[in-house]
Design a protein around this ligand. Sequence first.
Ligand code: AMP
Ligand code: GLY
Length: 424
Amino acid sequence: MKVLLVGGGGREDALAWALARSPEIRTLRCAPGNAGIARYAERVPIAAEDVASLVAHAVAERYDLVVVGPEVPLVLGLADRLGDAGLAVFGPSAASARLEGSKVYAKEFMARHAIPTAGFRVFDDAGECTRYLLSDEAAYPLVVKADGLAAGKGVVIAPDPETALESAEGMLSGRDFGDAGRRVVIEELLRGREASFFCLCDGVRFLELAPCQDYKRAGDADTGPNTGGMGTYSPSAHLGDDSRAFLRDRVVAPLLAGMAAEGHPYRGVLFVGVMLTPDGPRVLEFNARFGDPETQVLIPRLDGDWLPLLRAAAAGDLRGVEARFRRDAAVCVVMTAEGYPGKYAKGTPISGLDAAEAIEGVVVFHAGTEHDAAGRVVTSGGRVLGVTAIGADVARARARAYDAVACIRWEGERHRADIAADAV
Ligand code: AMP
Ligand code: GLY
């Protein structure tokens, strides 16, 4: 088989690592990839957002399967365009990816199908929004969200009306997020612990994958700004059997039935961001893609080959495939450039990668790396590496991951010291 992977972060390095192990794949390419992905796949110099060039390349090369990592090309219709050209693609259509691409769409869909989520109101008019935020109906703290994709920055927890008004104003005027902020969702604040729940979907059926915990704040003990994710472990210590059954029956099953009934059967991976509240699990958000860095712990835990799973979801028929996960736990510690999630330096040489990977059970996934002119691996993003280890339990996986982190150095390197500590 000839496979094209789209994307160039840690999630895609984990997918490339898995696909390179599949005996059926003869050619694996990745657009645009990174220095780590280059170990497993031939790089194609096309950006993940450049849908027209990706389609032209994929059609010319007649790939047997295209696996799309990030959300932006999905929301822009990459899966539709490839499907129209007769190619098999892992990733939902643009209409289905609206579950991630439009928070208004996702909330209204959940309301139509009685999927449990935070109470909400939608506004596109600044005057109406202001009147609501100043009224007795608005209970603080509340959450203000930009409708569209905002690279993880479009959510504000507002403790008081002043903060809420300022955030909503910045969004609705187009100042903060352009068109992505022209509509806002004002939402009830949910309290509890967050977890990440994943299913592969074929439009009708779904296959549950292993649940994960993500650490979103930049600093130890959940301090500092929100990030894309500073580390993960799997299986989640918090998403128990009852919660998982609830998510299957009350979230994923009605979602698939609802999307199909509305003419947008959902194919690909569905990532449910969950808040485990005292009243039960509630949906925080849907993502139309694998999580990053959740994928870095999901991928090595599968007992078997990922290719048949991705191919079956792409083909719209999951019957006859199963996803069995090892009892082993996995822990991923993200190493970042100083300054992330704000401004950071690029081009800093990284040392110790080989020593880290020599530790049993360790694999270092690359998120933001490139080769410099001398062929050295250098930093090229805010999240640089996802140092992942498998172990018989979370404690052992965690110890290995941090042993590996200790081997790796560059100037300005940062990481959290407490990933998975609460699960040990
Ligand atoms: P979202 O993009 O909707 O997942 O929001 C990003 C992050 O904001 C989530 O991972 C939560 O940490 C937080 N968040 C979003 N909505 C809520 C809510 N209703 N209550 C509490 N926290 C929230
Ligand atoms: N780690 C959270 C995400 O991928 O959105």
